[in-house]
Design a protein around this ligand. Structure first.
Ligand code: C5P
Length: 399
Protein backbone atom coordinates (compact mmCIF):
# COMPACT_ATOMS: atom_id res chain seq x y z
CA UNK A 1 0.00 0.00 0.00
CA UNK A 2 1.63 3.22 -1.14
CA UNK A 3 0.19 5.35 1.67
CA UNK A 4 3.14 7.77 1.45
CA UNK A 5 3.39 7.94 -2.34
CA UNK A 6 4.79 11.26 -3.59
CA UNK A 7 5.76 12.28 -0.05
CA UNK A 8 9.24 13.64 0.63
CA UNK A 9 10.20 13.28 4.26
CA UNK A 10 13.28 14.53 6.07
CA UNK A 11 13.99 11.97 8.80
CA UNK A 12 16.15 13.54 11.50
CA UNK A 13 17.99 11.43 14.07
CA UNK A 14 19.30 12.94 17.29
CA UNK A 15 21.37 11.01 19.80
CA UNK A 16 19.66 8.13 21.59
CA UNK A 17 19.64 4.36 21.65
CA UNK A 18 16.26 4.45 19.87
CA UNK A 19 18.24 5.26 16.68
CA UNK A 20 18.19 1.51 16.00
CA UNK A 21 14.41 1.73 15.48
CA UNK A 22 14.88 4.46 12.88
CA UNK A 23 16.66 1.99 10.59
CA UNK A 24 13.46 -0.06 10.44
CA UNK A 25 11.35 3.09 10.18
CA UNK A 26 13.16 4.36 7.09
CA UNK A 27 12.61 1.01 5.36
CA UNK A 28 8.92 1.03 6.14
CA UNK A 29 8.54 4.63 4.93
CA UNK A 30 10.19 3.74 1.63
CA UNK A 31 8.01 0.62 1.25
CA UNK A 32 5.01 2.95 1.49
CA UNK A 33 6.31 5.10 -1.36
CA UNK A 34 8.08 7.95 0.49
CA UNK A 35 11.38 9.54 -0.54
CA UNK A 36 13.42 9.93 2.64
CA UNK A 37 16.39 12.24 3.24
CA UNK A 38 18.15 11.30 6.45
CA UNK A 39 19.86 14.00 8.52
CA UNK A 40 21.73 12.99 11.67
CA UNK A 41 23.25 14.90 14.56
CA UNK A 42 26.80 14.04 15.48
CA UNK A 43 25.48 12.30 18.62
CA UNK A 44 23.19 10.09 16.51
CA UNK A 45 26.21 8.79 14.57
CA UNK A 46 27.49 7.25 17.84
CA UNK A 47 24.39 5.01 17.91
CA UNK A 48 23.97 4.08 14.24
CA UNK A 49 26.20 4.82 11.28
CA UNK A 50 25.34 7.13 8.38
CA UNK A 51 26.33 4.21 6.12
CA UNK A 52 23.46 2.13 7.51
CA UNK A 53 20.96 4.92 7.03
CA UNK A 54 22.31 5.66 3.54
CA UNK A 55 22.03 2.02 2.48
CA UNK A 56 18.45 1.82 3.77
CA UNK A 57 17.26 5.19 2.42
CA UNK A 58 19.14 4.82 -0.88
CA UNK A 59 20.08 8.50 -0.64
CA UNK A 60 22.99 10.51 0.73
CA UNK A 61 22.88 11.09 4.48
CA UNK A 62 23.73 14.53 5.85
CA UNK A 63 25.39 15.21 9.21
CA UNK A 64 27.46 18.31 8.74
CA UNK A 65 26.30 21.82 7.90
CA UNK A 66 29.52 22.29 5.91
CA UNK A 67 28.95 19.23 3.71
CA UNK A 68 30.88 19.83 0.48
CA UNK A 69 28.33 17.75 -1.48
CA UNK A 70 25.89 20.65 -1.33
CA UNK A 71 27.25 23.06 -3.97
CA UNK A 72 25.71 26.24 -2.55
CA UNK A 73 26.43 25.35 1.11
CA UNK A 74 22.70 25.66 1.79
CA UNK A 75 21.89 22.11 2.92
CA UNK A 76 19.67 23.50 5.71
CA UNK A 77 17.52 25.28 3.12
CA UNK A 78 17.69 22.83 0.22
CA UNK A 79 16.73 19.79 2.28
CA UNK A 80 13.53 21.26 3.67
CA UNK A 81 12.18 23.16 0.68
CA UNK A 82 10.86 20.16 -1.20
CA UNK A 83 9.85 18.28 1.95
CA UNK A 84 6.28 17.51 2.99
CA UNK A 85 7.36 17.06 6.63
CA UNK A 86 10.36 16.72 8.91
CA UNK A 87 10.16 13.85 11.40
CA UNK A 88 12.80 13.87 14.13
CA UNK A 89 12.95 10.32 15.50
CA UNK A 90 14.45 9.89 17.98
CA UNK A 91 14.12 13.38 19.46
CA UNK A 92 16.33 13.54 22.55
CA UNK A 93 15.54 15.75 25.54
CA UNK A 94 18.42 17.99 24.46
CA UNK A 95 17.12 18.25 20.90
CA UNK A 96 13.63 19.20 22.12
CA UNK A 97 15.21 21.92 24.28
CA UNK A 98 17.14 23.21 21.27
CA UNK A 99 13.97 23.38 19.18
CA UNK A 100 12.17 25.33 21.90
CA UNK A 101 14.94 27.93 21.96
CA UNK A 102 15.43 28.14 18.21
CA UNK A 103 19.03 27.00 18.49
CA UNK A 104 20.75 26.34 15.18
CA UNK A 105 24.21 25.01 15.98
CA UNK A 106 24.17 21.90 13.78
CA UNK A 107 22.58 20.89 10.47
CA UNK A 108 19.47 19.20 11.91
CA UNK A 109 18.54 22.01 14.32
CA UNK A 110 19.28 24.61 11.62
CA UNK A 111 17.04 22.98 9.06
CA UNK A 112 14.25 22.61 11.65
CA UNK A 113 14.47 26.37 12.24
CA UNK A 114 14.69 27.12 8.51
CA UNK A 115 11.86 24.75 7.57
CA UNK A 116 8.90 25.64 5.42
CA UNK A 117 7.02 22.41 6.21
CA UNK A 118 5.42 20.75 9.27
CA UNK A 119 7.68 19.33 12.00
CA UNK A 120 6.93 16.16 13.96
CA UNK A 121 9.08 14.85 16.79
CA UNK A 122 9.17 11.40 18.41
CA UNK A 123 10.66 11.85 21.90
CA UNK A 124 12.95 9.11 23.19
CA UNK A 125 14.52 9.37 26.61
CA UNK A 126 14.74 7.96 30.11
CA UNK A 127 11.50 8.27 32.10
CA UNK A 128 12.97 10.76 34.57
CA UNK A 129 14.20 12.95 31.72
CA UNK A 130 10.70 12.86 30.14
CA UNK A 131 9.05 13.66 33.49
CA UNK A 132 11.54 16.42 34.40
CA UNK A 133 9.96 19.91 34.63
CA UNK A 134 12.11 21.40 31.83
CA UNK A 135 11.07 18.63 29.40
CA UNK A 136 7.40 19.05 30.44
CA UNK A 137 7.67 22.78 29.72
CA UNK A 138 9.43 22.13 26.43
CA UNK A 139 6.73 19.69 25.28
CA UNK A 140 4.03 22.26 26.05
CA UNK A 141 5.96 24.97 24.19
CA UNK A 142 6.61 22.76 21.15
CA UNK A 143 2.89 21.97 20.86
CA UNK A 144 2.11 25.68 21.17
CA UNK A 145 4.61 26.30 18.35
CA UNK A 146 2.69 23.86 16.15
CA UNK A 147 5.13 20.97 16.43
CA UNK A 148 3.48 17.52 16.47
CA UNK A 149 4.67 15.27 19.31
CA UNK A 150 4.31 11.56 18.55
CA UNK A 151 4.25 9.46 21.71
CA UNK A 152 6.33 8.71 23.61
CA UNK A 153 5.34 5.17 24.51
CA UNK A 154 5.63 3.48 27.85
CA UNK A 155 7.42 0.33 28.93
CA UNK A 156 10.87 -1.07 29.59
CA UNK A 157 13.77 1.22 28.69
CA UNK A 158 17.29 0.53 27.50
CA UNK A 159 18.60 1.87 30.83
CA UNK A 160 16.77 -0.94 32.66
CA UNK A 161 14.02 1.27 34.07
CA UNK A 162 10.32 1.15 33.18
CA UNK A 163 8.08 4.11 32.41
CA UNK A 164 7.13 6.80 29.88
CA UNK A 165 9.70 8.01 27.38
CA UNK A 166 10.28 5.10 24.99
CA UNK A 167 10.20 6.09 21.34
CA UNK A 168 7.12 4.70 19.57
CA UNK A 169 7.76 1.53 17.57
CA UNK A 170 8.46 1.90 13.82
CA UNK A 171 4.99 0.64 12.83
CA UNK A 172 3.40 3.10 15.27
CA UNK A 173 5.42 6.03 13.92
CA UNK A 174 4.52 4.96 10.40
CA UNK A 175 0.80 4.91 11.28
CA UNK A 176 1.13 8.40 12.86
CA UNK A 177 2.96 9.75 9.81
CA UNK A 178 0.39 8.34 7.38
CA UNK A 179 -2.44 9.74 9.54
CA UNK A 180 -0.74 13.14 9.57
CA UNK A 181 -1.30 13.41 5.81
CA UNK A 182 -4.99 12.42 5.98
CA UNK A 183 -7.70 15.07 6.40
CA UNK A 184 -9.10 15.27 9.97
CA UNK A 185 -12.71 14.87 8.86
CA UNK A 186 -13.81 13.05 12.04
CA UNK A 187 -11.81 15.03 14.63
CA UNK A 188 -13.41 14.72 18.06
CA UNK A 189 -15.93 12.08 16.92
CA UNK A 190 -16.44 8.70 18.56
CA UNK A 191 -16.90 5.84 16.13
CA UNK A 192 -18.05 2.29 16.89
CA UNK A 193 -17.36 -0.40 14.27
CA UNK A 194 -18.13 -4.11 14.03
CA UNK A 195 -15.89 -6.35 11.93
CA UNK A 196 -15.05 -9.94 11.13
CA UNK A 197 -17.30 -12.97 11.37
CA UNK A 198 -19.15 -14.28 14.39
CA UNK A 199 -18.81 -17.91 15.38
CA UNK A 200 -21.72 -19.85 16.80
CA UNK A 201 -21.08 -23.01 18.82
CA UNK A 202 -22.56 -26.41 17.88
CA UNK A 203 -20.81 -28.22 20.73
CA UNK A 204 -17.67 -27.40 22.76
CA UNK A 205 -15.36 -28.09 19.78
CA UNK A 206 -17.46 -27.27 16.70
CA UNK A 207 -18.79 -23.99 15.36
CA UNK A 208 -20.54 -22.55 12.34
CA UNK A 209 -19.40 -19.23 11.01
CA UNK A 210 -19.47 -16.82 8.07
CA UNK A 211 -16.61 -16.18 5.68
CA UNK A 212 -15.07 -12.84 6.63
CA UNK A 213 -11.40 -11.85 6.82
CA UNK A 214 -12.23 -8.64 8.72
CA UNK A 215 -10.01 -6.66 6.33
CA UNK A 216 -12.65 -4.11 5.33
CA UNK A 217 -13.82 -3.45 8.89
CA UNK A 218 -10.25 -3.10 10.16
CA UNK A 219 -9.38 -0.78 7.25
CA UNK A 220 -12.37 1.41 8.11
CA UNK A 221 -11.36 1.45 11.79
CA UNK A 222 -7.89 2.58 10.78
CA UNK A 223 -9.24 5.19 8.37
CA UNK A 224 -11.58 6.58 11.06
CA UNK A 225 -8.66 6.84 13.52
CA UNK A 226 -6.56 8.54 10.84
CA UNK A 227 -9.42 11.03 10.38
CA UNK A 228 -9.15 11.97 14.06
CA UNK A 229 -11.88 9.81 15.61
CA UNK A 230 -11.75 7.82 18.82
CA UNK A 231 -12.46 4.33 17.52
CA UNK A 232 -13.84 1.19 19.20
CA UNK A 233 -13.70 -1.95 17.07
CA UNK A 234 -15.92 -4.83 18.20
CA UNK A 235 -14.45 -7.76 16.32
CA UNK A 236 -15.19 -11.42 15.85
CA UNK A 237 -12.19 -13.75 15.46
CA UNK A 238 -9.79 -12.66 12.68
CA UNK A 239 -6.10 -13.11 11.92
CA UNK A 240 -5.54 -9.33 11.94
CA UNK A 241 -3.74 -7.12 14.44
CA UNK A 242 -5.78 -4.30 15.94
CA UNK A 243 -4.98 -1.11 14.02
CA UNK A 244 -2.71 1.25 15.99
CA UNK A 245 -4.70 3.74 18.04
CA UNK A 246 -7.94 1.70 17.90
CA UNK A 247 -9.52 0.02 20.95
CA UNK A 248 -10.47 -3.54 20.02
CA UNK A 249 -13.10 -5.50 21.94
CA UNK A 250 -12.86 -9.19 21.00
CA UNK A 251 -16.07 -11.23 20.81
CA UNK A 252 -17.04 -14.59 19.35
CA UNK A 253 -20.80 -15.05 19.00
CA UNK A 254 -23.42 -12.71 17.58
CA UNK A 255 -24.97 -12.33 20.99
CA UNK A 256 -21.63 -11.29 22.49
CA UNK A 257 -21.24 -8.79 19.65
CA UNK A 258 -24.78 -7.53 20.27
CA UNK A 259 -24.09 -7.03 24.01
CA UNK A 260 -20.79 -5.21 23.39
CA UNK A 261 -22.33 -2.93 20.74
CA UNK A 262 -25.51 -2.12 22.65
CA UNK A 263 -23.44 -1.18 25.72
CA UNK A 264 -21.12 1.08 23.72
CA UNK A 265 -23.52 2.58 21.16
CA UNK A 266 -25.06 5.42 23.25
CA UNK A 267 -21.60 7.01 23.75
CA UNK A 268 -20.78 7.05 20.05
CA UNK A 269 -21.51 9.49 17.24
CA UNK A 270 -21.26 6.97 14.41
CA UNK A 271 -21.90 3.21 14.18
CA UNK A 272 -20.51 1.32 11.17
CA UNK A 273 -21.68 -2.31 11.00
CA UNK A 274 -19.18 -4.17 8.83
CA UNK A 275 -19.29 -7.55 10.59
CA UNK A 276 -20.59 -10.64 8.83
CA UNK A 277 -22.91 -11.56 11.68
CA UNK A 278 -24.31 -15.10 11.69
CA UNK A 279 -28.03 -14.80 11.03
CA UNK A 280 -28.81 -17.89 13.07
CA UNK A 281 -27.29 -19.65 16.05
CA UNK A 282 -27.74 -23.26 17.07
CA UNK A 283 -30.63 -23.66 19.50
CA UNK A 284 -29.69 -27.14 20.68
CA UNK A 285 -25.99 -26.62 21.55
CA UNK A 286 -24.60 -29.91 22.88
CA UNK A 287 -22.87 -29.58 26.23
CA UNK A 288 -20.44 -32.39 25.32
CA UNK A 289 -18.70 -33.13 22.05
CA UNK A 290 -21.10 -34.90 19.68
CA UNK A 291 -19.48 -38.26 18.93
CA UNK A 292 -19.55 -39.22 15.28
CA UNK A 293 -19.14 -42.97 16.00
CA UNK A 294 -22.44 -43.63 17.73
CA UNK A 295 -24.57 -40.87 16.26
CA UNK A 296 -26.40 -40.16 13.06
CA UNK A 297 -25.33 -36.77 11.64
CA UNK A 298 -26.73 -34.32 14.16
CA UNK A 299 -29.91 -32.43 13.31
CA UNK A 300 -29.22 -28.81 14.18
CA UNK A 301 -32.03 -26.49 15.14
CA UNK A 302 -31.53 -22.80 14.56
CA UNK A 303 -32.83 -19.65 16.17
CA UNK A 304 -32.45 -16.15 14.73
CA UNK A 305 -29.77 -13.84 16.12
CA UNK A 306 -30.71 -10.28 17.03
CA UNK A 307 -30.09 -7.72 14.28
CA UNK A 308 -27.42 -5.50 15.84
CA UNK A 309 -27.55 -2.76 13.21
CA UNK A 310 -31.36 -2.48 13.15
CA UNK A 311 -31.40 -2.33 16.97
CA UNK A 312 -28.84 0.51 17.09
CA UNK A 313 -30.60 2.33 14.22
CA UNK A 314 -33.84 2.30 16.27
CA UNK A 315 -32.21 3.84 19.38
CA UNK A 316 -33.56 7.31 20.15
CA UNK A 317 -30.61 9.75 19.89
CA UNK A 318 -28.41 6.82 18.85
CA UNK A 319 -25.34 7.09 16.63
CA UNK A 320 -25.55 7.81 12.90
CA UNK A 321 -25.63 4.34 11.34
CA UNK A 322 -23.91 2.86 8.31
CA UNK A 323 -24.59 -0.70 7.16
CA UNK A 324 -22.88 -3.07 4.76
CA UNK A 325 -24.37 -5.46 2.26
CA UNK A 326 -22.33 -8.20 0.61
CA UNK A 327 -24.54 -9.61 -2.12
CA UNK A 328 -23.87 -12.13 -4.87
CA UNK A 329 -26.38 -10.66 -7.37
CA UNK A 330 -28.73 -7.69 -7.96
CA UNK A 331 -26.59 -5.46 -5.72
CA UNK A 332 -28.47 -2.18 -6.33
CA UNK A 333 -31.91 -3.66 -5.71
CA UNK A 334 -30.93 -5.59 -2.58
CA UNK A 335 -28.82 -2.75 -1.17
CA UNK A 336 -31.63 -0.17 -1.54
CA UNK A 337 -34.11 -2.54 0.07
CA UNK A 338 -31.74 -3.41 2.91
CA UNK A 339 -31.03 0.24 3.72
CA UNK A 340 -34.72 0.99 4.03
CA UNK A 341 -35.47 -2.19 5.98
CA UNK A 342 -32.72 -1.40 8.51
CA UNK A 343 -33.78 2.23 8.81
CA UNK A 344 -30.29 3.64 8.18
CA UNK A 345 -29.15 6.73 6.27
CA UNK A 346 -26.28 5.05 4.40
CA UNK A 347 -25.32 1.58 3.26
CA UNK A 348 -22.14 0.36 1.57
CA UNK A 349 -22.72 -2.44 -0.92
CA UNK A 350 -20.41 -4.77 -2.78
CA UNK A 351 -20.50 -8.02 -4.69
CA UNK A 352 -19.15 -10.58 -2.24
CA UNK A 353 -17.59 -12.94 -4.76
CA UNK A 354 -15.35 -10.12 -6.08
CA UNK A 355 -13.90 -8.95 -2.77
CA UNK A 356 -13.99 -11.84 -0.30
CA UNK A 357 -10.51 -12.26 1.31
CA UNK A 358 -9.04 -9.89 -1.31
CA UNK A 359 -6.93 -6.79 -0.56
CA UNK A 360 -8.77 -4.71 -3.17
CA UNK A 361 -12.44 -3.85 -3.27
CA UNK A 362 -15.14 -2.13 -5.29
CA UNK A 363 -18.12 -0.63 -3.45
CA UNK A 364 -21.10 1.63 -4.02
CA UNK A 365 -22.70 3.90 -1.46
CA UNK A 366 -26.48 3.93 -1.17
CA UNK A 367 -28.36 6.79 0.45
CA UNK A 368 -31.54 8.85 0.02
CA UNK A 369 -30.11 10.34 -3.18
CA UNK A 370 -29.47 6.95 -4.81
CA UNK A 371 -26.40 4.88 -5.67
CA UNK A 372 -22.89 6.38 -5.71
CA UNK A 373 -20.12 4.07 -7.01
CA UNK A 374 -16.68 4.72 -5.47
CA UNK A 375 -13.45 4.22 -7.42
CA UNK A 376 -12.01 0.70 -6.99
CA UNK A 377 -8.84 0.42 -4.94
CA UNK A 378 -7.12 -1.19 -1.99
CA UNK A 379 -9.45 -1.82 0.95
CA UNK A 380 -7.49 0.85 2.88
CA UNK A 381 -7.90 3.50 0.18
CA UNK A 382 -11.58 2.67 -0.27
CA UNK A 383 -12.03 2.75 3.53
CA UNK A 384 -10.66 6.32 3.53
CA UNK A 385 -13.18 7.31 0.85
CA UNK A 386 -16.01 5.73 2.85
CA UNK A 387 -14.92 7.63 5.98
CA UNK A 388 -14.86 10.90 4.03
CA UNK A 389 -18.32 10.15 2.61
CA UNK A 390 -19.64 9.51 6.12
CA UNK A 391 -18.09 12.73 7.44
CA UNK A 392 -19.64 14.70 4.56
CA UNK A 393 -23.12 13.28 5.28
CA UNK A 394 -23.06 13.57 9.07
CA UNK A 395 -26.05 15.73 10.10
CA UNK A 396 -25.66 18.74 12.37
CA UNK A 397 -26.60 16.88 15.56
CA UNK A 398 -23.64 14.57 15.09
CA UNK A 399 -21.31 17.03 13.36
O1 C5P B 1 -29.36 -8.36 7.44
P1 C5P B 1 -28.12 -8.46 6.65
O2 C5P B 1 -27.13 -9.45 7.23
O3 C5P B 1 -28.37 -8.73 5.21
O4 C5P B 1 -27.47 -6.99 6.72
C1 C5P B 1 -26.11 -6.73 6.69
C2 C5P B 1 -25.79 -5.56 7.58
O5 C5P B 1 -26.40 -5.70 8.85
C3 C5P B 1 -24.31 -5.46 7.88
O6 C5P B 1 -24.03 -4.09 8.12
C4 C5P B 1 -24.18 -6.29 9.14
O7 C5P B 1 -23.04 -5.94 9.89
C5 C5P B 1 -25.44 -5.93 9.87
N1 C5P B 1 -25.99 -7.01 10.73
C6 C5P B 1 -26.07 -6.85 12.08
N2 C5P B 1 -26.61 -7.84 12.87
C7 C5P B 1 -27.09 -8.97 12.32
C8 C5P B 1 -27.02 -9.14 10.92
C9 C5P B 1 -26.45 -8.16 10.16
O8 C5P B 1 -25.62 -5.82 12.60
N3 C5P B 1 -27.60 -9.90 13.09
Amino acid sequence: MLDLRDKRIVLGLSGGIACYKSAELVRRMIERGATVDVVMTDAATHFITPVTMQALSGRPVFVNAWDARVPNNMAHIDLTRGADAILVAPASADFMAKLVHGRADDLLSTLCLARACPLLVAPAMNREMWAAPPTRRNAVQLRADGVGILGPGSGSQACGETGDGRMLEPHELLAELIAFFQPSTLAGKRVLITAGPTIEPIDPVRVITNRSSGKTGYAIARAAWEAGAEVTLVSGPTALDAPYGVTRVGVESARQMYDAVIAAAPGNDIFIAVAAVADWRVANIASDKIKKDDHEPPALEFVANPDILATVAAMPNGPWCVGFAAETQLLSKFAHEKRLRKGIPMLVGNLAQHVMDADDTTVSLFDDAGEHPLPAGSKQDVARLIVRAIAARLPARHA
